[in-house]
Structures are given as C-alpha cells and as structure tokens.
Design a binder for this molecule. Structure first.
Ligand code: NAI
Length: 564
C-alpha cells in the first residue's frame, strides 16, 4: 500500500532556505561547482560536490564542450533546456557568450522541432498548462505559479506554431524559448517570466494518435466557447497578475486579431506576430530609407501579397508616414498592394475592410496592360510607377523576377527590396540574385536567413527581419517604465530606434539590422524610446529620461552568480 501523498509531502517539505540537494535542485539559486567553500559550509553542500571550486567562466567552458558533443540541433536544444532546468545563470551565460550560435537552437528554427517532439522530449515542468476542462479554476491554477512576481507572460494556444501548424500542448515550447530571449536580450529576470499554454485540444491527428501525447486529447474548442475561455483566462490574469505584460503568441489568424482588439485597451498586452513583426519590418525599412538619404514620405511602396502580414506592415508604414506629416489620405496614395487577383482597387468586390484601406481608384488603372486573367500584376505595376520599395509577403517563390528587379533599379538609385516570405523556399527572390541584378545597389532584408553575398569585392551581410529585434526590448521598456498599456506609438518608437541603430548608416556595406551580439545594447536604447512614448501616451507615470535610462539599466539582468 503506497503512503498517502500528503504524508510524503509533510515528510519532505522544509519551509526554509533550501540546503543541500534542495539547493542544488533549485535552478534559480544553483551554482553547482561554483559554490564557494564558505557557501558549501553554510548550505550543507560539502560532500555533495567535487572538491574543486570553479568560476562561472570555467563552468561555461565545460558546458560548451558538452554542447559541442551533441550530434544534432534537437539534441543541442534538449541539452540547453536541461541546463536551464539545472542552473539558470550558467544557461544564460553560455547563451550570452555564444549568442549567434545558440539563439537558433533555443528559438527558431530548432524550437519548431522541440514543439513537434514536445511529448517525447519532456523532462521537467516549466511554465504552466491551462487545460480547457479546468476553465473554472484558472485563478487557482495561476496561484500555483512557480514564482509570485511575474513581469512577462508569453501565452499560446498552440494552433499556429511557426510554419508547422497545430501542435496542441507542444506549442508551450514557443513561450519557453521566447521568454529565454526576453531574459537573454531584454534582461527580464528569469524568475519573473511565465510561459503558458492554453490547452484547448488539438486537431493534429498525428498528435491525437500518439500514445505519448501529453495534452488534452480532444479536438479543438472553437467559436463562442473558445472566446469565452479566453475571456476567463484574461479575467484570471487581471485578478492575479494585473500589472504583468501578457504577450499573445502563435494564435491562428481568425483568433489573433479579435483577441488583440478586444483586450489591448484592457491590460498591458500585445501580439508579437501582428505588432512585433510589423515593427521589425518597419525598423528595417526605415533604416534602409535613411541609408538612401530620402524621407519616408517620398516613398512609393509596392507590397506583393495582401494578406494579414502585408496589411499589418502597410498599416505601420502608413502610421509612420502620418507621424511624419502626411495626411491619412495622402499616405494611402503611396501604397499599391497586389494579391492573387491583382492590384487592390476600388472596383473590386472581394476586399476585406483591412484591404479596402489600400484600394486605389479603379480609374487610375484604365488602359493599363493586363495579365491573362485580366488583372494588373506586379510587372506592369513596376513598369508604370517609380516604386522605391518592393516588399514580398505573398509566399510566391521567385515572384521578384530578374526583369522586374532590373526595371525597378533602372528608375531608382537604391531600391529597397524585401522578400519577406518564409520559409526560404517561398522567398520572392534570393538575396544573391537581388544583389547581382541591381549591381549591388539594392538594400535587401529577408524573412528567412540568407548567407552574406560576395559581390564586386565586397561581402554584403543580409539582414533577416526576425522578431527578436523588438519583443525583448518591448518587454524591458514596459517593465522598466511600468507602463500600463502597449500603444501603437510605443511600437513605432521601437521601430524608429531600431532603424537609428542600423549598422548600414555608418557602413554602406553593413547589414540593415544590428548583429545579435549588439542586441542587449540596442534593446536598452529601444526600451528608453518605448518608455518615453508610454509617458507621452499617458500610459506610464512621467519620469525624467535620465531616470528612465537608469531604471532600464538596473532592470536589465545579467547572468552572474549572486555573491559576485
Ligand atoms: P496570407 O495567406 O494571409 O497572405 C498571402 C497573400 O499573398 C494573400 O494576399 C494572397 O492573395 C497573396 N498571394 C498568393 N499568391 C499570389 C500570387 N500568385 N500573386 C499575388 N499574390 C499572391 O499569409 P500571411 O500571414 O500574410 O503571410 C505571408 C508570408 O509572409 C508568409 O510566407 C509568412 O511566413 C511571411 N511573413 C514574414 C514575416 C517576416 O517578417 N519575415 C512576418 C509575417 C509573415
């Protein structure tokens, strides 16, 4: 007969500072072989550790050696996650020392594999699971959170994970990975981050059929029931963690925008897929425009693709234009959006309200050449107008053909060409082709990673519009400025500061976006701009810029051991 759990708990729980094995099993406090002799005496660690006392640097060297022995990226991911669950300072220091090598392992692209394999590689609990059947107890669940004070929650329902769709409970891998970057780059303290998965079931047959699947084995909850559950979750967050920043992550398109619109004025919240993505693209575009020494309001912008990403990017560009003095009406005349049925114009009956904003008068296209489907397509658009910016968010591989690109560069000294579709196989053009076809004059940023391009004796690095440029900085900014909401101007301020930190401003051969190794510094700069914008919008108490900067520096946590 096994003993009752309550009896066992009473035997093992010691309500005091952990000592001995308990301390070594507390990743936020564990220093492993770096515990000094005095600490080993104080906390009952003698005999539990090898006699040699190491520095953090020596531990990092050993951890890196172990990391290097792993055969594939998923194994490397598992190793790093295990290290995180054992010793958080060591984990973050290792990441910081190898930031370019390891960011793709803890986050995209490797985290996609970790989500798919979640139920098979699961080791220890991290973050919180909120299953639909427990919807009436969400407050009690949140009270079980591992740490009382939380600065940032990243929450997903696992439905639209990166490019791999519905992963059910395995989607938790994304909030875990993303919050690691909030800490690594934004400096949000690790104990003040909380990954959450809302387990509303899954429609992924492979997961449902997998005997090891760890989630709620049920098809997805939809419709009113789904939105009522989200409401229960938000109410619980408001009650338990009213000042915490709640970031929505990888929700399916039909849910993402309605959720954001419903809650963005109710609590400190943002959707990184919608707002963060657009802000990064805007930051890269503004950086490129500065390199051309023209103003944003001089641009003629063609966006190929008119889906949610395309209208999102156009919306922030338009907002930036009106901030720079154009009227709303004038700003709209600078955009030509093209989807699978051709350019958006006033005569079309198939446009959504988001697309209608960009419908140009149908009469403008009278007499223009048409494709075989009777549409005005990309080639004719580029032939007829002097486009300065061409953005691809269409998923149509190769859509930016040599003829189109050569026509664009014939009329513009430094065309800004961003094929942003993911993954690489769907990119509208390769970075190398764009550089070659434009004689090295195009300013290029991409959605997927591309290797630097060697051209005419120069090596041109290609910026990748990755959300990591904004969200950790946004987190730092709202936490340090104690903002109550995330406003559009705060997002614009973040994008503008990212642009101001473009290496291409100082070196024409450099990337449009900063290297990862510089991101902690850039994040602090962005956080200052975010804090100032929050004050201007009346969603943060006023403090002087110097004080804000000091607060940001103090908030940005660095991985060093407590006694150092
Ligand atoms: P979506 O499905 O909402 O939009 C796709 C758009 O492309 C639609 O308007 C569609 O009509 C249009 N399209 C498809 N075939 C076309 C054709 N032959 N000619 C002209 N237009 C065509 O998809 P969503 O969410 O907007 O994403 C689009 C792409 O952008 C994806 O590849 C996504 O990965 C990528 N993306 C990249 C980001 C980045 O920063 N790198 C951010 C967000 C999305």
């Amino acid at each position: 007969m096994p003993e009752p759990i309550t009896q066992r708990v009473a035997e093992v729980v010691q309500p005091r500072i952990p000592r001995g094995m308990d301390l070594l099993d507390t990743p936020l406090l564990n220093k492993g072989t770096a515990f000094t002799d005095e600490e080993r005496t104080q906390f009952g660690l003698h005999g539990l550790l090898p006699p040699c006392v190491e520095t953090l640097e020596e531990q990092v060297a050993r951890a890196y050696e172990a990391y290097k022995r792993k055969d594939d990226d998923l194994e490397r991911h598992i190793y790093l996650r295990a290290l995180q669950d054992n010793n958080e300072v060591l984990f973050y220091r290792l990441l910081l020392d190898h930031i370019e090598e390891m960011t793709p392992i803890v986050y995209t692209p490797t985290v996609a594999l970790a989500c798919q394999q979640f139920s098979h590689i699961y080791r220890r609990p991290r973050g919180m699971f909120i299953p639909y059947p427990q919807r009436n107890f969400i407050v009690s669940l949140l009270r079980n959170r591992p740490n009382l004070n939380v600065d940032v929650i990243v929450v997903t329902d696992g439905e639209r994970i990166l490019g791999i769709g519905d992963q059910g409970v395995g989607g938790l891998g994304i909030p875990i990975g993303k919050l690691s970057l909030y800490t690594l780059i934004g400096g949000i303290r690790p104990e003040r981050t909380l990954p959450i998965v809302l387990d509303v079931g899954t429609n992924n047959a492979e997961r449902l059929d997998d005997p090891e699947y760890l989630g709620w084995r049920h098809e997805r909850i939809t419709g009113d029931d789904y939105f009522a559950f989200i409401e229960q979750f938000v109410d619980a967050v408001k009650e338990e963690l009213p000042e915490t920043c709640l970031q929505w992550e990888d929700f399916a398109n039909p849910h993402a925008r309605p959720i954001l619109e419903r809650y963005q004025d109710q609590l400190l919240t943002f959707n990184d897929d919608i707002q963060g993505t657009a802000a990064v693209a805007l930051g890269a575009i503004l950086g490129a425009i500065r390199v051309t020494r023209k103003s944003l309001n001089d641009q003629q912008i063609v966006v190929f693709g008119a889906g949610s990403a395309a209208t999102g990017v156009a919306d922030v560009l338009r907002a930036a234009m009106t901030e720079e003095g154009l009227t709303e009406k004038e700003a709209r005349t600078r955009f030509w959006l093209i989807n699978s049925k051709g350019v958006l114009h006033s005569g079309r009956k198939d446009l959504t309200s988001e697309q209608m904003i960009y419908a140009q008068p149908e009469s403008d296209f009278a007499g223009w050449p048409r494709t075989s489907n009777g549409n005005v397509g990309l080639a004719d658009m580029i032939a007829r107008i002097d486009a300065t910016i061409l953005i691809g968010l269409s998923t149509v591989a190769g859509a930016f053909s040599e003829a189109i690109v050569r026509e664009m560069v014939r009329k513009v000294e430094r065309p800004i060409i961003f094929p942003l579709s993911n993954p690489t196989s769907k990119s509208e053009a390769s970075a190398e082709d764009l550089i070659r076809w434009t004689d090295g004059r195009a300013l290029v940023a991409t959605g997927s990673p591309f290797a630097p391009v060697d051209y005419d004796g120069r090596t041109i690095p290609i910026a990748q519009c990755n959300n990591v440029y904004i969200f950790p900085a946004m987190g730092l900014g709202v936490v340090a400025s104690r903002a109550r909401r995330v406003t559009d101007s705060m997002m614009l301020a973040a994008a503008r500061t990212l642009a101001a930190n473009s290496p291409a401003l100082r070196d024409p051969s450099a990337s449009l976006l900063p290297p990862l190794t510089d991101l902690r510094r850039v994040a602090a700069e962005i956080a200052v701009a975010v804090g100032i914008a929050a004050q201007k919008d009346g969603v943060a108490a006023h403090i002087a810029e110097d004080e804000l900067r000091t607060r940001i520096m103090a908030t940005q946590w660095t991985p060093v051991y407590a006694s150092e």
